[in-house]
Design a protein around this ligand. Structure first.
Ligand SMILES: [Cu+2]
Length: 191
């Protein structure tokens, strides 16, 4: 036993283990980004890695995220999307106003200026899938589409990622937001 322990504690042995561990992590990360990153092009638009956050049991809404780059000379506008796994797709903005997290539907869509980039990420602009037909499970891929004013309908796959994926702490209240807010603006944008 003592000899085995001393072998484990030998500095060289530890360094080797750490080296192997770092190598393994690096390989996993390289593999993960190769497997999970997926991009689309439509005219001058580049749509990078559309993903949806996995949902807790019973959730009826889920957040969707992506990056849209406009390499073209004309502005375009993201108007909405399609997601057969949900009853509807809305575009929302989450932001802090006077220390209070607020959420509002972007009824006119989101402008994507010529040469500009719009990022949909937890805590900011996001796609909201409402009336989910089933929970979203990490690792799934769901066919859907994005609708642009000029580029038109662009088919994409929404990659479902883990519940906490890239979520700042501020975004954790999204479930609440879904419960008391989405029902309210399902029937219009009067407010
Ligand atoms: Cu929302």
């Amino acid at each position: 036993m003592p000899s085995r322990l001393s072998r484990l504690l030998r500095p060289a042995g530890i360094e080797e283990s750490i080296g192997l561990f770092v190598l393994a992590v690096a390989l996993l990360l390289a593999l993960a980004s190769a497997v999970f990153a997926h991009d689309y092009a439509a005219g001058g638009l580049r749509i990078e890695h559309p993903w949806a956050r996995a949902t807790p049991a019973g959730a009826k809404v889920a957040g969707g995220y992506l990056v849209v780059r406009n390499t073209g000379a004309a502005a375009d506008r993201l108007l909405g999307g399609e997601a057969p796994f949900a009853g509807g797709v809305e575009l929302h903005e989450m932001k802090v106003e006077n220390g209070v997290m607020t959420m509002r539907p972007l009824a006119d869509g989101v402008d994507v200026p010529a040469g500009g980039t719009v990022t949909f990420a937890p805590g900011g602009y996001h796609v909201m899938f409402v009336d989910l037909k089933a929970g979203l499970v990490a690792g799934e891929r769901h066919a859907g589409a994005l609708l642009f004013e000029k580029a038109g309908r662009v088919e994409v796959e929404w990659a479902v990622e883990a519940l906490g994926a890239r979520a700042p702490a501020a975004a954790e209240g999204h479930g609440d937001h879904g419960a008391h807010d989405h029902d309210a603006h399902d029937h219009g944008h009067g407010g």
